[in-house]
Design a protein around this ligand. Structure first.
Ligand SMILES: [Zn+2]
Length: 167
């Protein structure tokens, strides 16, 4: 305890250092803004203002202050990166992604259901040729990548060679 007091006396917390004031033993910032992380308080001070941060911390029970500080630091960083939307920008971007992925999932599930129904229908069919699935298999095997791209590469190599030899 005495050691930490001595350290406090010799080096003020990041907040008091920035505000150029004496860091008292009951400094409200000291537990959350250590001197080794000056950027944390700098951002929060710039965005919220030191007196507002102090007020917010005073209104909270001590066990919630740490969480409040991490939230304020996060929000301040987001606000500096995106002055218009702040962390709302990140939230709405992620929400858009969720919406898009949900749509994809619903579409894929609908396709799966459709395929299952078709499979069930074709396996229940009494005719010997389940032409439906055979057709789709044929289509699939035709959509395999051909060596067309390979030809392109070879052609390009020949072209380059002929360019060199012609000059
Ligand atoms: Zn302090």
């Amino acid at each position: 305890m005495e050691v930490s007091r001595k350290q406090n006396a010799s080096s003020p917390c990041a907040a008091c250092k920035l505000l150029r004031r004496r860091c008292s033993q009951d400094c409200i910032f000291a537990p959350y803004f250590p001197a080794e992380e000056p950027h944390k308080f700098a951002g929060v001070h710039k965005v919220f203002g030191a007196s507002n941060v102090s007020k917010m911390l005073q209104e909270l029970p001590e066990e919630h202050r740490g969480d409040a500080v991490s939230s304020m630091v996060y929000e301040a960083n987001a606000r500096m990166r995106d002055p218009v939307y702040g962390c709302v920008g990140a939230i709405s971007y992620l929400q858009q992604q969720i919406d898009g992925l949900r749509q994809q999932l619903a579409q894929t599930q609908a396709e799966m259901l459709h395929l299952k129904v078709r499979q069930a229908a074709s396996s229940h069919a009494t005719s010997p040729s389940n032409s439906g699935s055979q057709l789709s298999y044929a289509l699939l095997s035709h959509s395999k990548p051909s060596n067309f791209e390979m030809d392109m590469v070879v052609d390009q190599a020949n072209f380059t060679q002929s360019m060199w030899s012609s000059t």
